[in-house]
Design a protein around this ligand. Sequence first.
Ligand code: SF4
Length: 599
Amino acid sequence: MKTEIDLSKQELIDALFQEDEKIKDIFDSASNLRELREKLFNYLNSLERDYFNIYSHEDFYKKHIIGKNSAKECIRVFKNIIRTENEELSGFSALDALYKIYNKDQKLIEETGNGFLIEFLFLIRGINGKSRLEKTKDLSSDEITVELRGKILDEYSKGMLDSYKKFSKGTDKRSIKNQKIVKNKILEYFSATEDDWKDYKWHLNHIIRDCKTLSELIKLEEDEILGIKEAEKNKIPFQITPYYLTLFNENGRDRNDRLVRAQVIPSKEYSVSVVKNQSEDSDMDFMGEKSTSPVLGVTRRYPNIVIFKAFDSCPQICVYCQRNWEIKDIQDAVTSPGKVEAAIDWIQKNKYITEVLVTGGDPLTLDNEYISLLLQKLLKIKHIERIRIGTRALVTLPSRINKELVKSLERLNKLGEKEICIVTHFEDATEITPDVLVAVKKIKKAGISIYNQQVFTYYNSLKFKTCFLRKTLKISGIDPYYLFNTKGKEETKDFRVPIARVQQERKEEARLLPGIIRSDEPVFNVPKLGKSHLRSWQDHEVIMILKNGERVYRFFPWESMLLLVEGYVYTDVPIYSYLKRLQNDGEDAEEYKSIWYYF
Ligand code: SF4
């Protein structure tokens, strides 16, 4: 059966204006845009009143409260979109476009994407209480027995467990076998020994950063070769640790390793986009970190905590890194004693800072002595009570968690006084290997907590995939902490996921997990400001839908309370393109259908 995303443009236009007779009449009778806006506002206002008026027709009042609330939300969004203020802010009038489409303006019809039409089709269904977000079986509370409830819960649990079968862990037999094969190939290639493999410095000295070496070790796909060659041509650094390469399927990309590969192999489009940015001299500091830096190497966005960038490279470079504008090739990276001293001095002088996130780059690329000294200096500051070490070494280089490092962390971590913890970044359960478990065990034995910050990319946004990761993390001793929405950097658009999908995942999938597993908070990192919690409806709203189906959001994070801070306007990726991509990758897009009702 054809679903909405399979309909042609004309079919969608027909469906859109047939969905609600009253809306059709309004479009029919309005003689200009102003009149149309007026009539539509009146209609939406009267609908809203009817849903919550006990004397209104039972078609409205008797609807289930969840359906009514969803209708109210759709009405709010619809009214937002037709507000002239929001047209001004977004530079587009969806209402004008709809009016022209209704009046068969061919030019506009050609320019409009299916994503725009579907958004309004679902919105009109929503205002009519047809979003079907509520799964009520039309039973009264007396009919819902313990047995029936148990049966329904079993169904949910089975659905989750069945979905997990599609995903792999780094500790699965099949994964371990592949890791061993690739490891042996690498050892042979570099004439190295088992002892070399256990030494993280050997890995740092053998980081793979060119197409020739990589293709001799692993089967690369055509598009991957093109991507790496483009990066090499434009001197865009790419780096993969020998250890991380063992997570690649040796015989070419498959369902299990495509996330791992996409993280470290820049696509051709990525490099082209980075070069374009550089040639236009546009600022790749998307988060506006420079504007919140009181002293070189320090970023402050919150009252108590600062980011301290101690090193400007990582053993491995993630393609979607938000700091790609300043992460250097490991061979060009330097520690600058003057910069570090000045940063520590600034922290020392600011008694309102109680916590420091030591990051980079990856600070665990530095040696034990340096790290220990740095931590000691910071912990000596009276008002500093916690240091978070932001590192991906657990994921990309677990052998880095060696005895000396753990010993010094254990010595410096003082329960009840000064805490050291680790914040890391796992993206997929295949990254949790036996080597990772050994490293985690050492850290936990030293009394150090580990938290995970996941970036919610296209690749781990598949239904229940992030639940599988959360579950694997928690059982491995790592607490899920943040789930980051991918931001609007042009060069990383392949990774981006609509905000609505983050909200849907939280409500329909994560919510099914026990509370201590779904401990992560979904956030959108607002440039120049900071994290906006996506579960907080007061913090953001949809203000427009553009011609190609992109939603425009306006964010009001808590920083809006600060002086001079305006809301932030953000253009998302179209839900339609996201669903189409899932469909092309073999997912059943119908399973994601309620996404249209998350705003
Ligand atoms: S490890 Fe972190 S800082 Fe380093 S490249 Fe990846 S995302 Fe960026």
